[in-house]
Design a protein around this ligand. Structure first.
Ligand SMILES: Nc1ncnc2c1ncn2[C@@H]1O[C@H](COP(=O)(O)OP(=O)(O)O)[C@@H](O)[C@H]1O
Ligand SMILES: [Mg+2]
Length: 249
């Protein structure tokens, strides 16, 4: 569970360009929820995600994860709970390395030091099994360099790599913004599948209203640093796609 109380983030305080990027957010997200956040440019979506991940420290307010107060913890100290995927599919993986080696790197990055992670048969079998979850036929190309894959395939693998460890929370900031529509579609489906498969708590920021309509168990709209709409699963079932478009009209 993520519990956000009275959260504020002000940039450039006291200057002419002062901005209250997050301006009093109270939000409780239960484990297993898939929250989609929409909102116009500059409404504070990325700042909110940065505060949750720990890449930013709030001006005031608190954030707790599973009843631990993480407000003052650095991002690396939160990495046991949190995985994060950014817009650019190229930023998540190393081009020259094979799919398998990228998985090996990902495993090394998050596991305790001194733990030996060689490419054993068990590790390979495990990766193969997980990659096959993507349904992209990549499980037979584990030796292929990442750079030879499409943006969509890379982003899908980045997503998968980010959740294979013990992380519980997946933060996605417009993960499909740099992809063509077809790849974007595949990646969002995979995010949805992984959320269910690994029982993740997922927060997805998107500009794609269709995705916001079709995916997620809860829909939040931000405006000027605040939550201006919060639609739960039950209400979302009755929501029409047109209603969503109207908010932005
Ligand atoms: N590091 C920063 N320094 C100063 N202003 C910032 C910084 N990051 C974001 N902002 C400002 O905070 C507001 C919210 O930005 P952001 O969270 O990126 O919005 P969104 O992701 O919804 O587009 C914007 O006005 C933006 O210009
Ligand atoms: Mg943003």
């Amino acid at each position: 569970m993520i519990q956000i109380t009275n959260l504020y983030k002000t940039f450039n305080r006291g200057k002419a360009n002062e901005v209250n990027a997050v301006n009093g957010v109270d939000l409780t997200i239960d484990s297993g929820e898939f929250v989609v956040i929409v909102g116009s440019n500059g409404s504070g979506k990325t700042t909110l995600l940065n505060l949750i991940s720990g890449s930013l420290t709030p001006s005031s307010g608190t954030i707790s994860i599973d009843d631990s107060d993480v407000t003052r913890l650095a991002d690396y100290q939160r990495s046991k709970w949190i995985a994060r995927v950014f817009q650019n599919p190229l930023s998540g993986t190393a081009s020259e390395l094979s799919i398998l080696d990228n998985f090996r790197l990902a495993a090394i990055r998050t596991r305790a030091k001194g733990l030996n992670i060689g490419v054993t048969d068990t590790f390979k079998r495990d990766v193969k099994e997980k990659v096959s979850l993507l349904g992209m036929n990549l499980e037979n190309k584990l030796e292929q360099p990442m750079g030879t894959l499409s943006g969509g395939q890379r982003q899908a693998l980045t997503l998968l790599m980010s959740v294979i460890d013990e992380c519980k929370i997946l933060l996605l900031d417009e993960p499909t913004a740099a992809l063509d529509p077809k790849s974007a579609d595949i990646v969002i489906k995979i995010a949805d599948k992984l959320t269910t498969e690994f029982k993740l708590t997922t927060i997805l920021i998107t500009h794609n209203l269709k995705d916001a309509y079709n995916y997620g168990t809860r829909l939040i709209q931000m405006g000027e640093g605040r939550i201006i709409k919060d639609i739960d699963t039950k209400q979302k079932k009755h929501l029409k796609q047109n209603d969503l478009f109207e908010w932005f009209g």
